[in-house]
Ligand binder design. Structure first.
Ligand SMILES: C[S@@+](CC[C@H](N)C(=O)[O-])C[C@H]1O[C@@H](n2cnc3c(N)ncnc32)[C@H](O)[C@@H]1O
Length: 220
């Protein structure tokens, strides 16, 4: 069965963990509305940071994205993949086979963290298509509190989110769309903008999804 991005079913009251596990169970990775064959834009920004191959890179809401496989292939040694969905992370583990041992997998909720609170500080925080799902002020606050707790001074933040002219929904869920200024405001003056660009992602069904990519450096 071909499943479209907007076929993600929304029950009356949403248990987000179940919602995302169901999305990854009903669809193969290549059929997900957010699937990208290559994480070129993210890899370019990681290279732009010039962090060493042993830098700690935390991919929040990694899903079953091929980014982790690409980073393993690039020789990065301290990768951490987080997601609310255990199924999504298991899909990465299955693909990586023995290389899965090179990645630390953490099933946890970014806006109500438990295990993530105990993670050692990281050199890079990377988010593609996750922050925009947090609609409530307190969820956004929790997300940025965790980010500020975990990113080292001198470390980097890469956020790719639906742009202000982007789609209003993904996987059946409403989105908070952003521009770089809104992200800067959330991060505060201790983070300086290094680079930002717009990118129109074309999903596996031909839909155009405008994103904004931003790279920030933590100064203090
Ligand atoms: C649109 S997908 C993007 C996945 C991946 N970053 C990519 O680019 O393919 C959003 C991801 O965020 C995860 N997610 C949603 N809410 C989350 C939360 N509160 N904590 C951690 N992950 C979450 C979902 O399970 C899903 O894998």
């Amino acid at each position: 069965m071909t499943t479209k991005e907007n076929d993600c079913t929304i029950p009356e009251s949403i248990n987000y963990k179940d919602h995302w596990n169901a999305a990854y169970t009903k669809n193969t990775t290549e059929k997900l509305g957010w699937y990208e064959e290559s994480s070129k834009e993210t890899i370019e920004l990681i290279k732009e940071t010039k962090v060493e191959k042993d830098a700690r890179i935390l991919n929040v809401g990694a899903g079953s994205s091929l980014l982790i496989d690409e980073l393993v292939q690039e020789g990065y040694l301290q990768l951490i993949a987080n997601d609310l969905s255990e199924k999504a992370l298991n899909d990465i583990k299955e693909r990586l086979k023995e290389d899965a041992s090179k990645v630390d997998f953490i099933v946890d909720d970014l806006v109500n963290p438990t295990a993530l609170n105990d993670v050692d500080k990281v050199d890079v925080w990377n988010d593609r298509a996750v922050l925009h799902f947090f609609l409530k002020e307190e969820e956004q606050q929790a997300y940025f509190n965790l980010l500020k707790k975990l990113v080292k001074v001198g470390g980097y933040v890469i956020i790719a989110v639906f742009a202000t002219d982007g789609a209003e929904k993904c996987c059946g869920l409403n989105l908070q769309r952003y521009n770089t200024e809104m992200l800067q405001e959330k991060l505060g003056a201790n983070f300086s903008l290094e680079k930002s660009f717009n990118h129109t992602f074309v999903n596996p069904y031909g839909g155009e999804r405008p994103y904004v990519y931003s790279l920030f450096k933590r100064r203090k």
